[in-house]
Design a protein around this ligand. Structure first.
Ligand code: SF4
Length: 64
């Protein structure tokens, strides 16, 4: 699974990071680092929860 992070939509709530700090990296101002995030199979469920927890829809599953 790959999760795409859209920095332009991110509002810096850090909900993704609270759920999965090892998957979602934030910059110094608390915004998501943009780009494709490869998700190891054993972390897919957690990543899915983080995607759904983002109120700005800044995270998107682009490949299952
Ligand atoms: S939960 Fe969404 S809006 Fe908040 S930091 Fe993560 S990607 Fe950005």
């Amino acid at each position: 699974m790959i999760v795409k992070a859209d920095r332009d939509k991110c509002a810096g709530h850090a909900r993704c990071w609270v759920l999965a700090p090892n998957l979602f990296e934030l910059d110094d101002e608390g915004y998501i680092l943009p780009g494709d995030i490869p998700i190891p199979p054993e972390q897919e469920q957690l990543a899915g929860r983080a995607v759904r927890a983002c109120p700005e829809r800044a995270l998107q599953i682009v490949k299952d």
